[in-house]
Design a protein around this ligand. Structure first.
Ligand SMILES: C[S@@+](CC[C@H](N)C(=O)[O-])C[C@H]1O[C@@H](n2cnc3c(N)ncnc32)[C@H](O)[C@@H]1O
Length: 273
């Protein structure tokens, strides 16, 4: 779709003055985007950037031309998305949004990549930013630019058993805190792993002491104003116990950090061989 057509889709909401501005892309987002240089011709890159009313991920479409992704500073994730994790593997990326990590897995040698999203973001993007975003718009735009083979499904993550496939690596980034039943999600992901396969998990952390065997419960809108889909915060021991419950007993907590005032936790949960 052309940029002019898409601009008609940006509808102000009733509470326009209360919505959040789309943040400026900073060098931190650009640094992460640069690990996947897309290398489009500048005119095409500008056209694609303007064709999507809101970007979640920052992509380096061409030298110096970045999409204005709203996700902040994913640099802390780079240690878990190296080629060593993806080369020759079958990868499932759940809650892919614009698909940055799917395209990165493909670029880093994954033999197959399946990306899934239920496009729940359409609702919170409208509520937080007053933008009507057609589901999958950013993903399709970048997929076309890359001539990507990543297989996209508009699907709930709880339904991925229906794909009828097993995966060596499941990326579960930015979603566990957004599902009402985190045990059901982790069990579903455990069920589609190959023996020895792993769920690489990044989710909302907690300021509770790491050894607290608990899950924090957030009020609607408490973490991000008007975002009513963010339910949970996970301390390390809470995640370890969840892993054990779903049969992924080999849990390593890789990082706990704070980005833009928000605690984040990164872990790997591995299936037995
Ligand atoms: C905060 S974004 C994270 C995007 C990306 N995974 C990342 O971390 O950079 C959460 C994504 O998960 C999707 N999502 C939330 N619940 C889902 C579910 N039950 N099934 C599939 N996708 C879901 C949302 O639509 C959104 O695209």
């Amino acid at each position: 779709m052309e940029a002019e057509d898409m601009s008609e889709l940006i509808e102000p909401t009733e509470s326009m003055e209360a919505i959040e501005p789309i943040p400026e892309t900073s060098p931190a987002e650009q640094l992460v985007a640069d690990v996947l240089p897309i290398g489009a011709a500048p005119a095409r890159a500008e056209e694609v950037r303007g064709s999507v009313p809101l970007w979640f991920h920052t992509f380096a479409l061409a030298p110096g031309i970045y999409t204005p992704g709203i996700a902040r500073d994913h640099g802390y994730r780079l240690p878990v998305v190296g080629a060593d994790r993806f080369a020759g593997r079958r990868v499932l990326d759940i809650g892919t949004f614009d698909g940055f990590y799917s395209f990165l897995a493909e670029a880093r040698g994954a033999r197959r990549v399946v990306a899934v999203d239920n496009e729940q973001y359409v609702d919170w993007v409208r509520d937080r930013f007053g933008v009507t975003l057609p589901g999958g718009a950013g993903f399709r735009a970048v997929s076309d630019l890359l001539d990507s083979q990543v297989d996209y499904h508009r699907m709930d993550a709880l339904d991925v058993r229906e794909l009828g496939e097993r995966f060596d690596v499941v990326l579960c980034f930015g979603i566990l805190h957004r599902v009402t039943d985190p045990i059901a999600l982790l069990q579903t992901l455990a069920d589609v792993l190959t023996p020895g396969g792993e769920v690489v998990l990044e989710t909302y952390g907690s300021h509770l002491p790491g050894e607290t065997a608990a899950i924090e419960v957030h009020q609607p809108g408490e973490v991000y104003p008007r975002d009513t889909f963010l339910y949970w915060g996970f301390p390390a021991e809470g995640l370890r116990r969840l892993g054990r419950i779903v049969g992924l007993g080999d849990v390593s907590v890789i990082d706990q950090t704070e980005i833009d005032g928000h605690p984040r936790i990164v872990a790997s949960m591995r299936a037995a061989h």
